[in-house]
Design a protein around this ligand. Structure first.
Ligand SMILES: C[S@@+](CC[C@H](N)C(=O)[O-])C[C@H]1O[C@@H](n2cnc3c(N)ncnc32)[C@H](O)[C@@H]1O
Length: 312
């Protein structure tokens, strides 16, 4: 595990949903996250996380991990962000319920600088507990852009696993629902509210995830540091413009869909909502093309640990 030579990339392991004929969809994604979208957002994610570097450096030096578990690893951007702060010979366990993302991410991690063993586990987040139960070495759990996709029950299972196995967790880039724009648009509030409700579809926590996690962690005696990690996107900058061109129409579409579903009992301020959300998307796209939009989307990184682990 701590050898200096590259270890094998193994997996998928024998967890639920790992074989084509497993007969269970417990670990399969109902809605796939696009790898292109994850790639597009990686630079903005890294830029947003400057405030997290210090507290993470403190944690790593107080408790150097021999193993990293990346939950909901996707294309591995959370791991790449952490890699240059690690020794390089740690073991990696990649957990995701999407088998296609998993295989490619393990290969990518190896070609970067990971020298320890890498394994994959195709499973739901509930599989974390079994992974932590096998710990032979101090482990750090990371997850990025995941919490808002989870239900309260799934968040509770993450926290329960962290508490049971006394394992710190770095949970990055969860949306809080905050959005501000320059210039303003009369329907910013309408679109933002509808988008947040859309994110809570199917019992997902959406922007309530950080508060939900903090409450759950508190009830299990864990300490949580909340670090502000907003995307600050400027259409006048090349990479930000590409991200905005994807994000704004997606947001407008989701808000329009949400408002269309709510229209029967809608309050006055949402009257004509779907059409207004579509127009908001068109107006904002025109501003992006003209290089005239700055959008801040708020996120937080959450560092969860036992109070005694406090490295500051
Ligand atoms: C928004 S992506 C973020 C990916 C990656 N962490 C990053 O920052 O680029 C969320 C990832 O979590 C995975 N995921 C979502 N819900 C999950 C669940 N309940 N169990 C396991 N993986 C899940 C998705 O397949 C996807 O790869």
């Amino acid at each position: 595990m701590t050898g200096s030579q590259p270890g094998p990339v193994t997996g998928p392991d024998a967890g639920p949903g790992t074989s084509p004929d497993a007969g269970s969809d417990a670990g399969s994604p109902a809605e796939r996250i696009s790898a292109d979208w994850l790639t597009l957002r990686e630079a903005a994610d890294a830029a947003a996380r400057e405030s997290t570097r210090g507290p993470v450096a403190d944690l790593l030096s107080a408790r150097p991990p021999g193993r990293i578990v990346d939950v909901g690893c996707g294309t591995g951007s959370g791991g790449r962000w952490l890699q240059d702060q690690l020794a390089g010979d740690e073991e990696w366990v990649l957990l995701d319920h999407d088998p296609e993302l998993l295989a490619a991410t393990a290969r990518r991690l190896r070609t970067r600088s990971a020298r320890g063993p890498i394994s994959t586990r195709c499973d739901d987040v509930a599989g974390l507990d079994a992974i932590l139960a096998t710990a032979q070495t101090p482990t750090l759990v990371i997850a990025s852009a995941l919490l808002d996709l989870l239900t309260a029950e799934q968040i509770d299972s993450l926290i329960a696993a962290a508490a049971r196995h006394r394992t710190p967790m770095l949970l990055a880039l969860t949306v809080t629902g905050g959005m501000s724009a320059d210039p303003r648009h009369p329907d910013d509030h309408l679109v933002s509210g509808a988008f947040d409700r859309h994110q809570r579809r199917g019992g997902r926590c959406g922007p309530q995830a950080p508060a939900m996690l903090e409450q759950t962690a508190d009830s299990r005696g864990l300490h949580v540091d909340r670090l502000q990690t907003p995307w600050v996107l400027d259409a006048a900058g090349g990479a930000d413009a590409a991200l905005l061109q994807q994000l704004v129409p997606d947001r407008a579409r989701a808000a329009a869909e949400q408002l269309a579903g709510e229209s029967a009992g809608a309050a006055d301020e949402t009257a004509g909502g779907p059409e207004r959300a579509r127009r908001w998307g068109e107006d904002r796209l025109a501003q992006i093309r003209a290089g005239d939009l700055r959008l801040q989307i708020d996120h937080v990184d959450l560092l969860v640990r036992e109070p005694a682990d406090d490295a500051r």
